[in-house]
Each structure stands twice: as structure tokens, then as C-alpha cells.
Design a protein around this ligand. Structure first.
Ligand SMILES: [Fe+2]
Length: 315
């Protein structure tokens, strides 16, 4: 379990991604979300409707900024124009924190419009850590880096993704946005145990969780963010809360956007899981029984296997 940490900001509770479809519902109230996450690039504009609604939501809720264009792992120079616009937006929003992805998204000036995994080796580690420090110096705050879902690995990787993320975070002194769905998706696609991932992450640096839905294509999983969260991801979330404590949690829904009420119900499920895991009764049971969990596999994906197949004392 995570101890109180001087590295992370106080938890915000349970949030949602701010989506245009929901502007009116959000502002009509009542307030059932603790905070919202914005996609930074959607608001890096000179004016108009997005900024109008952003200011109105910000007047009532804490916000965090989540970027998709930093391309921290690319060998191209950092985009100074992008960073300048990000900083201007941060001055307007006053976000609780700013995040982006541990990935690369293009090279030689070409944007591939994807969040691609990196080769996890010493050379990349030094490159990424140096760039994170540059970004943090420019923004004047710690950055959160998020683990991406992936469908490929590199022959030149020398360590696991979680070892790489841990080393980057410690070397650059940055924070971590742990996407629980991405861990699950990659664990099935690459055949690792998601619990090993959780156990390899430094608890003191975990500032935020992402939850999302995906598409199970039998042979592999695609991270689509267009479906409700599935039980194996909820069960991995349960394990994440058990390990990291009351971390700020939000649901990412980027396509096939449902009515606001539907996401509120899904968010209530996250609240219920965290409440149950963190209750004194649950901790007492955990102390008596311990906990173990099985690794999912590609075969498991075909069967729709649940991470919860293991012996969870709270079930
Ligand atoms: Fe995410």
C-alpha cells in the first residue's frame, strides 16, 4: 500500500474526461464528478466555443491537462512551439497536473498520429529522462508520464516496460499516470503478468489512474476507448488500489460517447471498488488471507478470461 508521499499532489477523487458531448450536462449539475481531465491539444486554440466551455467548467471543477503530442521518446528535437502553447494553456487552466505519454509519435518531422512504444534499453532511458527534465524545467512542474498500450516489442529492449517506466520516473524525477486498461491490454498482447507490472512501479510516484474499455479480437486486444470497462480491467483496478491506495482515478471514453449518466454510473463502480478495497474490513481480510492473481494470456483473451480468476479475498 502506498504511504503518504511528498512527491504526489493530494488525490482529487474520481473524474472523467471532459468531452464536448457532455458540456451542457456537466454545467447543468448536480455535481457528481470530482474533477475532469482535458485533452490539452483540444484547447490550444485562440478562442471560440472550446475555451468558453473550458473556462465555465474550470470555474466549478479542478482540471488536469493530458497531452498526446509531446512525443517524449522521439529523436526529433522537442517542439518548443508546442511547449510554449502548452504552458500558456496551463497558465489559463491552472491544472492540478500535466501529463503525456511514455512513447514516440513521429520522427524526421513526420507525425504518425499514434502513441508508439519505445525500445526499453539504457540508450532510450537516458534520452527520455533528459527530455523529461527539459520539459519539466520549461513548465516549472513535474510531468506525469503514462504507460501506453502496445502491439509490438523491439529486439533491442533490455528490460521490461515497468522497469523502464520506473527508471525514467526516478532518473527524471517525474510522476506516473498508470493506465490500468493499458497494462491489461499489453499483458494479454505480450503475455506478461499484470501484477508484476504493478509491483514494479514505485508507489510514491503514482499520481493518477486511467480506466477505459477496449476491443477483444480473440487473438489480441485493441485499445479503443469506445466500450464500457470490462471485468478483467476492473479486477486489475482493484489490485492497483490495493497496492497504491486512494489514487485519483478517471475514465477515458474517446469514441462511441455514451450519455453522461452512463459514465457517471461507470464512475460510481470505480468508487465502490476503491471504497471496498480501502475499507478497514477489507484490509483485515487481506491481512488474514493474502492475495494472489493469475496472469492473463492470449488464450485467456480468447476465453474472455478474468484477472479475477484468482483467489481474491474480497470476492
Ligand atoms: Fe490512458
Amino acid at each position: 500500500m502506498a504511504a503518504a508521499s511528498s512527491l504526489t499532489h493530494p488525490p482529487l477523487g474520481f473524474g472523467l474526461g471532459l468531452r464536448t458531448d457532455h458540456y451542457e450536462s456537466i454545467l447543468a449539475g448536480p455535481r457528481r464528478v470530482d474533477w475532469f481531465e482535458i485533452i490539452s491539444e483540444n484547447y490550444m486554440v485562440p478562442g471560440g466555443k472550446p475555451l468558453h466551455f473550458l473556462d465555465r467548467v474550470r470555474a466549478e471543477y479542478p482540471l488536469v491537462m493530458h497531452g498526446v503530442s509531446l512525443s517524449i521518446g522521439s529523436t526529433d528535437p522537442l517542439n518548443r512551439d508546442y511547449l510554449r502553447d502548452l504552458k500558456i494553456l496551463a497558465e489559463r487552466v491552472q491544472p492540478a497536473w500535466i501529463s503525456d505519454h511514455l512513447c514516440w509519435g513521429g520522427v524526421a518531422g513526420k507525425n504518425l498520429h499514434d502513441l508508439l512504444p519505445l525500445p526499453y534499453n539504457r540508450e532510450t532511458l537516458e534520452h527520455v529522462a533528459e527530455r523529461v527534465q527539459q520539459v519539466q524545467d520549461f513548465l516549472g512542474r513535474r510531468l506525469l508520464l503514462e504507460n501506453v498500450s502496445s502491439y509490438l516489442t523491439y529486439k533491442r529492449s533490455e528490460m521490461s516496460e515497468w522497469e523502464f517506466l520506473r527508471e525514467v520516473s526516478e532518473r527524471a524525477d517525474c510522476l506516473i499516470l498508470l493506465d490500468v486498461n493499458n497494462i491489461y491490454v499489453s499483458s494479454v498482447n505480450h503475455g506478461f503478468n499484470p501484477i508484476d507490472y504493478l509491483e514494479g512501479i514505485p508507489a510514491a510516484r503514482v499520481q493518477q489512474f486511467h480506466l477505459a474499455g477496449h476491443r477483444n479480437l480473440e487473438t489480441h486486444i485493441i485499445d479503443t476507448h469506445d466500450e464500457p470497462i470490462v471485468d478483467p480491467v476492473w479486477n486489475l483496478y482493484r489490485e492497483a488500489v490495493r497496492r497504491f491506495g486512494p489514487v485519483s482515478t478517471m475514465i477515458e471514453r474517446d469514441d462511441n460517447i455514451p450519455p453522461y449518466e452512463e459514465l457517471l454510473t461507470e464512475l460510481d463502480h470505480a468508487r465502490a471498488i476503491a471504497r471496498e478495497v480501502l475499507s478497514p474490513d477489507a484490509k483485515a481480510r487481506e491481512g488474514r488471507n493474502g492475495c494472489s492473481i493469475a496472469a492473463p494470456s492470449k488464450a485467456g483473451a480468447r476465453r474472455g478470461a478474468s484477472v479475477a480468476a484468482a483467489r481474491l479475498p474480497s470476492e
